[in-house]
Design a protein. Structure first.
Length: 95
């Protein structure tokens, strides 16, 4: 595809080539940076007690928890918005 580009994302000292939509390049680079930052922090916390697989598993778990929290927050916001829109509709269209 013409709108795809090739990039390399480095995770734990290993490069992963990928073809991604050009419009999403910054998101992919930010995600790689965030992942490596979390891995660096965990390395400092656990030192030699955790190997690369352990570190990646812990980051995956933390990101999954964050994802669930965001989904829950999104659902709460959507429910609130739906209620408010319904209330406004009732105010604008009285019986």
């Amino acid at each position: 595809m013409a709108d795809e580009i090739s990039i390399k994302i480095k995770i734990l000292d290993k490069e992963y080539p990928s073809r991604i939509p050009a419009a999403e390049e910054e998101i992919y680079r930010q995600a790689g940076k965030e992942l490596n930052e979390q891995l660096r922090e965990l390395r400092q916390t656990y030192g030699d007690r955790a190997d690369k697989q352990d570190l990646l598993s812990l980051v995956a778990f933390v990101m999954t928890v964050e994802n669930f929290k965001l989904k829950d927050e999104k659902k709460t916001l959507e429910d609130t918005l739906t209620r408010k829109m319904s209330h406004l509709k009732d105010l604008l269209n009285p019986l």
